[in-house]
Design a protein around this ligand. Sequence first.
Ligand SMILES: CC(C)(COP(=O)(O)OP(=O)(O)OC[C@H]1O[C@@H](n2cnc3c(N)ncnc32)[C@H](O)[C@@H]1OP(=O)(O)O)[C@@H](O)C(=O)NCCC(=O)NCCS
Length: 119
Amino acid sequence: MKKDSQIKAIKSSKELILVAEIDRKVIGYIWGYIEEVIKYKIGKIQELIVTFKERGKGIGTRLITEMLNFFKKNKCIISEIEVFVDNLPALKTYEKIGFRKREYKMQLKLDNRKFSPFV
Ligand SMILES: CC(C)(COP(=O)(O)OP(=O)(O)OC[C@H]1O[C@@H](n2cnc3c(N)ncnc32)[C@H](O)[C@@H]1OP(=O)(O)O)[C@@H](O)C(=O)NCCC(=O)NCCS
């Protein structure tokens, strides 16, 4: 990142929003939160975006890395993110950091078709 760029944080104990700036202009954003499942803590990345012009310069990776440090500091054992199967830039970015595909989320459009249990 450039010398005059910075990452600003809006922090709460369970949530973190980071903004990447270049010359005081916001060029990237990440939002994550901590979810407690029974006794485990999971760090969820809810949103991540880098402006089109600034992509491919490591800003997304830097934002995710900062978020993972926040999750670790707060004793999360795992970090999760949902991503569309055709979002190759995002998939590549996450996989390069070490994220691995673990689950499929399946969707069905409920249009005019009727659903019957009998074929
Ligand atoms: C996903 C996104 C945040 C990545 O941000 P970025 O700043 O471009 O990511 P980085 O520069 O850190 O790239 C990390 C790695 O991902 C890969 N990558 C990123 N964009 C890529 C592209 N368009 N094509 C191929 N590989 C890509 C590269 O391997 C890169 O590593 P390397 O260049 O060092 O080898 C950005 O593409 C974006 O904002 N997309 C639109 C919003 C979105 O889809 N958000 C995710 C929702 S789940």
